[in-house]
Design a protein around this ligand. Sequence first.
Ligand SMILES: NC(=O)C1=CN([C@@H]2O[C@H](COP(=O)(O)OP(=O)(O)OC[C@H]3O[C@@H](n4cnc5c(N)ncnc54)[C@H](OP(=O)(O)O)[C@@H]3O)[C@@H](O)[C@H]2O)C=CC1
Ligand SMILES: CC(C)(CO)C(=O)C(=O)O
Length: 306
Amino acid sequence: MEIKTVAIVGLGALGIMYGNHLVDRLGVDAVRIVADHDRIERYKKDGILCNGEPCTFRYVDANEPMEPADLLIFAVKYTGLKSAIASAKNQVGKQTIILSVLNGISSEQVIGETFGFDQLLYCIVAGMDASKVGNELIYKNLGFISFGEANDVRSAKVQALAHFFDKVAMPYEIPEHMMHKMWSKLMVNTGVNQSTAVFATNYGGIQVPGKPRDTVIAAMKEVVKVANSEGVDLQESEIAGWLKINDALNPEGMPSMRQDTLQNRPTEVELFAGTIRKLGKKHGIPTPVNDFLYTKIREIESSYAN
Ligand SMILES: NC(=O)C1=CN([C@@H]2O[C@H](COP(=O)(O)OP(=O)(O)OC[C@H]3O[C@@H](n4cnc5c(N)ncnc54)[C@H](OP(=O)(O)O)[C@@H]3O)[C@@H](O)[C@H]2O)C=CC1
Ligand SMILES: CC(C)(CO)C(=O)C(=O)O
């Protein structure tokens, strides 16, 4: 199983970053940007810029029948996942490896229900500083992709993807416990993304003592309890490590959910508080901090229309 062709659905911050990186190494023809007709027309008309340079992409209409891609990457927000899955139907064959760079632990389940779980690898991405405004992406750090099987087996799929990432100089790691990694990242997003959105602040606002930082920590603690009830050995002691990483970030920077609320876009609250509240109920664990964050974020979204 050798990966030679890649399809990406979602030409946002991450889609542009990965797409541009892959085109530079594989050439334009090997990398398809899959979208509906209207989006493609808009991308062609407005152009796409990456670090100030125009990108050259091969756009592929979602309805066009073609040879399946060897690797399919979903890079949409959770709110666009259902339509992205429909758009990807012509890209998936028996050998296609599917990767979702979406945050949270839900997208793999939704994708697997459509395309099957056999071809799916689990994944989180981190460490990038991608910021997209309009049709322009600015980034310095590509970050890394952490991927693996749900049961941590070094399968042929895992090896094929590692080989491919070596070939295209994509930073990656294969963690010892993939599900732990997914929950650990969910814990960060649940604290950091939601608190910055609710308190209308940036990384600087959660780096100093006060309500936003306390809320980050309290929301993360609820994730630990829920994770443990789901059989994942997440530890409260891991929170300190993540806080250290966040404290070193550019104070002016902001996570994706705060970027969404600033630009009046629907948020991924269902991926974070939505998931934790649902699983909290299942296990009889109260989640007052995530209840508060969920309510506030829904209020922010409702205010867009006014
Ligand atoms: N940005 C970041 O630094 C990080 C993001 N993540 C996660 O990665 C995921 C993607 O985030 P990000 O790249 O920031 O998202 P963006 O909002 O920047 O981009 C999503 C893109 O998906 C496109 N899209 C939506 N539906 C479809 C569809 N049916 N077919 C084709 N394209 C579609 C949208 O197109 P259009 O603009 O035309 O509507 C949009 O450009 C999220 O889950 C996020 O939480 C994780 C780590 C870091
Ligand atoms: C920045 C990062 C990596 C952590 O909050 C993220 O996942 C996001 O912005 O959604």
